[in-house]
Design a protein around this ligand. Sequence first.
Ligand SMILES: [Zn+2]
Length: 66
Amino acid sequence: MFKNIIAPVQTWLLARGQCVGCGMPLKKGKIDKKSNDQAKIACKCGRIFIHNLKDKTYRRALFDEV
Ligand SMILES: [Zn+2]
């Protein structure tokens, strides 16, 4: 039940470029790896995100990307 409430909040935070765990702006996160079209960003709370450099969106990293 909680997932149904939390998911939209996470989507909203990511759309604003903020970590879904601690709310930190992801542009302040540590860039782990960078390629032509995406960057892997590690937040200080340990969550990993993928920043799509083309459409400037963020998403949670998949398990095989961590
Ligand atoms: Zn965080």
